[in-house]
Design a protein around this ligand. Structure first.
Ligand SMILES: [Zn+2]
Ligand SMILES: [Zn+2]
Length: 213
């Protein structure tokens, strides 16, 4: 026997019901509990978005993670359908009385400009490793390009580069990455260390790698 939705009077012959209400009225009711405004945090220098506790490249996936958190939409699956000029069209899905409820909602987005940790470090000349490339000018140049590509492809950065005759000094933000690079290419630079500070009672060292080419 057909039943009628107490809210919109539609019949269960026309539309799926969840309990005593039609699925559209249920979806609308849940939709009203989701805020229609959200904030995102974007770095002024690299334009990455704060998403899942760190700054990442802005795309539909990272935006969805950021918006879900800011909207407090914990029980939902959130997908970005479209994003343009301070508004996003979002698809929500949640479980309700053993059924899946879907709806789309347009959310206004306010962008808050921040400085991400990587850009802040880069601006202040932060580095953990100094790589001193020496020897043949052509080989030094090639190695510097290779190392730069590797460092940047892995999310770190070169703080500063200085020419020393035919040699190059490179100040790099991540020393683990520099070690990994030398391992990868089976290079054996001379290593030394300088103490540059303390953090939580631990001594912090900068690694210096001198490589002859
Ligand atoms: Zn209804
Ligand atoms: Zn940044």
């Amino acid at each position: 026997m057909a039943i009628r939705c107490p809210t919109c009077n539609r019949s269960s012959d026309e539309i799926k019901f969840i309990g005593e209400f039609c699925e559209e009225c249920i979806a609308n009711r849940i939709k009203d509990t989701v805020p229609d405004k959200a904030k995102i945090y974007v770095c002024r220098f690299c334009n990455r978005i704060k998403s899942g506790g760190t700054f990442r490249k802005l795309d539909k996936d990272t935006l969805a993670v950021a918006l879900k958190k800011d909207l407090g939409a914990n029980g939902f699956r959130v997908d970005v359908i479209h994003y343009h000029n301070g508004a996003a069209s979002l698809e929500f899905e949640c479980d309700y009385e053993n059924a899946k409820v879907h709806f789309t909602k347009l959310v206004d987005i306010k962008t808050v400009i921040e400085n991400c940790i990587d850009c802040t470090r880069m601006k202040s000349g932060y580095y953990e490793a100094l790589v001193q490339l020496r020897g043949d000018g052509y080989l030094v140049e090639r190695m510097a390009i290779k190392l730069t590509k590797y460092v940047e492809a892995n999310g770190a950065f070169i703080s500063k580069t200085e020419k020393e005759g035919t040699g190059i000094d490179m100040y790099i933000s991540n020393k683990k990455l520099v070690s990994a690079f030398f391992m990868l290419y089976r290079l054996k630079p001379k290593r030394s260390y300088t103490l540059y500070g303390m953090k939580h009672g631990k001594e912090l060292y900068r690694n210096i790698y001198a490589l002859r080419l």
